[in-house]
Design a binder for this molecule. Structure first.
Ligand SMILES: *[C@@H]1O[C@H](CO)[C@@H](O)[C@H](O)[C@H]1NC(C)=O
Ligand SMILES: *[C@@H]1O[C@H](CO)[C@@H](O)[C@H](O)[C@H]1NC(C)=O
Ligand SMILES: *[C@@H]1O[C@H](CO)[C@@H](O)[C@H](O)[C@H]1NC(C)=O
Ligand SMILES: *[C@@H]1O[C@H](CO)[C@@H](O)[C@H](O)[C@H]1NC(C)=O
Length: 385
């Protein structure tokens, strides 16, 4: 009797934490903080093993945006100017203007910004935990592809030459292995030109035709000047008790800090600056960033996302190579995640996003798909025979 060995390969895409598991009321402003939306509001907490009949998880390829980070140096500097604004808000409220509650004012009064500019973009403590917990859940779900025991033959970790991506990889391994093992892992050296992790950085044509092309920012710039944004800025100013209309740039800094501080401070859960927004006024800011990224990193230009084939090829190559690592974990940035999602045809809005119509049912929503620690895992299931 002959035994027929059938090797059936099923490539199953599995969009783990990209899925939305809103823990809060969907209109809660903390669900609308764009790329600074806290991962703890979005992560898929289900860590039950995923099984398919007569198959086992044999390989995994995963690409991960670094965890919650500090603001960049430009935003850190911008925060310093918020001290004057804070004092103005407090003063106006003493003369009966403004709509903030006593508690909101107290929190603003206590607010300070003491981030060291030299630590711009560093991974935060919350970001470390995001990675540890994510690694832990993934190992529970795919125990065959992600073994408990470390070997440099079965695991590949790769990151961009940035503190936040490197530290994300380090903490991810802490979630997978015993602390001592994790600490001793030697990561492959960072490649100066890493086309798998950040293809667009090295594509001159994209830099010129998309990133540095004013046309790319046309719709988002028009939106800043729209009536909708004007009314939003007026409403925001009134809420804060200001006697003038706040500029878009300042309001956007408030929006960003509401996001940063809410993300990294798991204890308080909300930044004092979030008090500037309500369920209505937060939405135009969310849309502005969706619009900008749609044109820069998403469906706006084919050139942006076609490049992502380099990363996807890396996935197929690693699945085809029986001798190569079983588990590949790549630590990278928002720009890579968005272009890969777009390349795969995911979260495509029905119509191109523009400055005149904000569709609240749009699928392209950075707050859902590109939070801190956003990730995409593709898992290969192999027939057991
Ligand atoms: C958790 O994941 C498992 C495996 O995919 C699934 O069967 C189960 O329904 C999920 N549970 C919840 C609460 O979504
Ligand atoms: C794995 O580690 C061994 C011993 O440190 C080393 O000789 C080998 O080159 C490493 N292999 C890979 C694929 O990094
Ligand atoms: C918005 O306000 C600015 C100045 O505050 C003004 O120049 C612009 O025309 C306004 N736009 C609309 C659409 O109302
Ligand atoms: C903006 O998009 C909406 C929805 O697709 C469309 O109806 C509208 O015509 C667009 N506006 C402009 C100025 O193109």
């Amino acid at each position: 009797m002959k035994v027929l060995f059938i090797s059936l390969f099923l490539a199953l895409s599995y969009y783990d934490d990209i899925h939305v598991t809103a823990l809060f009321n969907p209109s809660d402003i903390r669900n609308h903080l764009s790329s600074r939306t806290p991962y703890r509001f979005r992560s898929n907490k289900n860590d039950t093993r995923i099984r398919y009949p007569d198959c086992k998880d044999s390989k995994i390829w995963m690409i991960i945006r670094h965890g919650t980070r500090l603001p960049n140096s430009k935003d850190i500097t911008a925060a310093q100017s918020l001290i004057d604004l804070r004092d103005e808000i407090l003063l106006q409220h003493t003369s009966g203007k403004g709509q903030l509650t006593k508690e909101q004012l107290k929190r603003l009064e206590d607010w300070t910004s003491d981030i060291d500019v030299d630590h711009g973009k560093y991974l935060t403590t919350e970001g470390q935990f995001e990675m540890i917990d994510l690694a832990d859940r993934m190992q529970n779900r795919f125990p065959h592809a992600i073994k408990q025991k470390y070997s440099n033959k079965t695991f590949l970790f790769r990151y961009t030459g940035t503190q936040r991506a490197q530290q994300s990889a380090r903490y991810f391994t802490t979630g997978l292995f015993e602390k001592k093992v994790a600490q001793e892992i030697i990561f492959p050296p960072v490649k100066e030109v890493d086309l798998v992790l950040r293809f667009y950085k090295h594509c001159d044509r994209w830099q010129k035709q998309v990133k540095k092309n004013p046309e790319t920012y046309k719709e988002s710039q028009l939106y800043i000047k729209s009536q909708e944004m004007n009314e939003t800025l007026e409403s925001l100013s009134e809420r804060l008790g200001l006697t003038r209309v706040i500029s878009f740039e300042t309001a956007n800094t408030l929006y960003k800090f509401c996001g940063y501080e809410t993300s990294w401070d798991a204890q308080h859960k909300t930044s004092a600056w979030c008090a500037a927004f309500d369920e209505e006024t937060i939405l135009p800011f969310e849309y502005y960033h969706d619009l900008k990224k749609y044109w820069k990193d998403g469906y706006g230009y084919e050139l942006s996302y076609q490049q992502a084939c380099i990363s996807i090829k890396h996935m197929f190559d690693s699945f085809r190579n029986d001798a190569g690592p079983r588990a590949t974990f790549l630590f990278t940035h928002s720009g890579t995640i968005l272009k890969i999602l777009t390349y795969l045809g995911l979260y495509k809005p029905e119509f191109p996003l523009n400055s005149t119509y904000r569709d609240e049912d749009r699928k392209w929503r950075i707050s859902d798909i590109d939070t801190f620690a956003a990730n995409l895992a593709i898992v290969l299931y192999n027939a057991i025979c």
